[in-house]
Every structure is written in structure tokens, then in C-alpha cells.
Design a protein around this ligand. Structure first.
Ligand SMILES: NC(=O)c1ccc[n+]([C@@H]2O[C@H](COP(=O)([O-])OP(=O)(O)OC[C@H]3O[C@@H](n4cnc5c(N)ncnc54)[C@H](OP(=O)(O)O)[C@@H]3O)[C@@H](O)[C@H]2O)c1
Length: 218
């Protein structure tokens, strides 16, 4: 059993992930922005922690995450503008790293994005900025010295998971059900020996348990 702090608990991935973690026996706290979100989180078994990444500095986030064993970052600005992309997708993970260090937490899981998304198309400036910001956050986490996992899903579909994936250190670009992203995070959290890894994920043909087993370095 681990005490897990979920940043992005109310999102498409996060709201699917929380019950999976609870079902696996973990204690879950979830960051939320609006007071009215607390009731739904509590009903799902999540301890709500109110805070907005646009306002919280690393110190405030450090207080929020204190007492947890692992942090999952699945928040995102969702195309709401460059300032919010920079602060949430960019500075958010950096603040998570500083908060984790202050709170003595080693295990961090970051939902990033697959760099090949948009390849071969005329991507808009905002999308290019988003991809660059995600990459910079990955780079910061990868040199943190902590026990991180960066998960790079392809384009997300708003569907529950079926547990059939392509999950590896390099995967051809494609789409992935948000439910499969959540299932993958839950499976990775139950395998703490998988750490300091950048993993790519799409829907695929492999049962998730087999794909996770194959990641363990022998
Ligand atoms: N869309 C794609 O195709 C795609 C592809 C690859 C990777 N990703 C990444 O996958 C991750 C999960 O995506 P998703 O679809 O689950 O995201 P989502 O449904 O848009 O949810 C985003 C989450 O972040 C929270 N959030 C937004 N701004 C915040 C703030 N200022 N302070 C605190 N929390 C804030 C949201 O809270 P509220 O409920 O209050 O809004 C929500 O819980 C994101 O990091 C995203 O960038 C997305």
C-alpha cells in the first residue's frame, strides 16, 4: 500500500486512475481547483486537496504532498493558452520535483506526450509550444535523480480502457484510450522496480500485464 498524491485527479486520465489505485489498496489524495469538486472526489474515496497550479509555488505544493510516497502528475492546460501551458505543463512538473524533494518523496510519475504527435502535419503554434513544453518538463524530471517514470501516450481518446496496449521504450505513434493510460499508470505504480524510464504508450495488441512484465530489466 502506498500513499499517492494525484495532480490532475479530476481529469480524463486522473478520474479513471483514482478508483484503480484505491481498488489496488492505495490511499489517494487528489489536487482539485474548485471547491465543488471535493464532494465527487470524496465519493470516489479520494482525499481532496484544494489548490491551483497557477498560484501554488513549489513550497505550497511541498506542504500538500507531505506524507505521501508517490506523486502522479496528469494535469494539463488542455490548449487553454500559452501562459497556462507554460505554468501547468511546464512549471507544474518542475514544482512537483521541488515539492517532492522538500517532502522526501522519491517516486514520481509524469504523463507527458509522444514527440511524434503531429509529425507530417502543419501543426499550429500552440501545439508546437505544448510539445516543446512537455519535452522540457521530461528533461527536468529525467535529471532529477529521483525514481521517476515518464509516460508518453499518443493522442488521447475519451474512452475507458480495455487493457490492450503497445507499451515500450519506443512505440510507433497512435491513439490511446484515456482508460488505458490510467490502467498503465496503475500497473506501473505497482511495479516500483520500474523507474528512471521513459515509456511510450498507444492502444495495441499486448495485454497490459505482459507489456509491463517485459519492461523489467533483467
Ligand atoms: N489530449 C491529448 O491527446 C494528450 C496526448 C498526450 C498527452 N496528454 C497529456 O495527458 C495528461 C492527461 O490528460 P487528460 O486528458 O486527462 O487531461 P484533462 O482531462 O484536460 O485534465 C486535466 C487535469 O488537470 C487539471 N488542471 C488543469 N489546470 C489546473 C490547475 N491550474 N491547477 C490544478 N489542476 C489543474 C484539471 O483540473 P480541472 O478539472 O479543474 O480542469 C484536470 O484534473 C495531460 O498532461 C495532457 O497534457 C494529452
Amino acid at each position: 500500500m502506498a500513499r499517492i498524491f494525484l495532480i490532475g485527479a479530476t481529469g480524463g486520465v486522473g478520474h479513471r486512475l483514482a478508483p484503480m489505485l484505491i481498488h489496488a489498496g492505495h490511499d489517494v489524495s487528489g489536487l482539485h481547483r474548485k471547491a465543488e469538486q471535493a464532494e465527487d472526489l470524496r465519493a470516489a474515496g479520494v482525499t481532496p486537496v484544494q489548490g491551483d497550479l497557477m498560484d501554488m509555488d513549489a513550497k505550497a505544493l511541498g506542504y500538500a504532498v507531505a506524507g505521501h510516497d508517490a506523486i502522479v502528475f496528469s494535469a494539463g492546460a488542455a490548449g487553454s493558452g500559452p501562459e497556462r501551458t507554460a505554468e501547468i505543463d511546464g512549471h507544474g512538473p518542475v514544482k512537483m520535483i521541488e515539492a517532492a524533494r522538500a517532502a522526501g518523496i522519491r517516486r514520481l510519475y509524469l504523463v507527458s506526450a509522444m514527440p511524434e504527435a503531429g509529425r507530417g502535419t502543419e501543426v499550429k503554434h500552440g501545439f508546437e509550444l505544448y510539445m516543446r513544453t512537455k519535452k522540457e518538463a521530461d528533461a527536468a524530471l529525467s535529471i532529477s535523480g529521483l525514481d521517476w517514470v515518464i509516460l508518453r501516450p499518443g493522442t488521447l481518446l475519451d474512452e475507458d480502457g480495455d487493457g490492450m496496449v503497445a507499451l515500450s521504450r519506443a512505440v510507433t505513434y497512435g491513439t490511446v484510450k484515456r482508460g488505458n493510460v490510467a490502467q498503465t499508470l496503475a500497473a506501473l505504480i505497482d511495479r516500483p522496480e520500474i523507474r528512471q524510464e521513459i515509456l511510450e504508450l498507444t492502444d495495441g495488441n499486448a495485454p497490459l500485464a505482459d507489456a509491463v512484465d517485459a519492461l523489467v530489466r533483467r
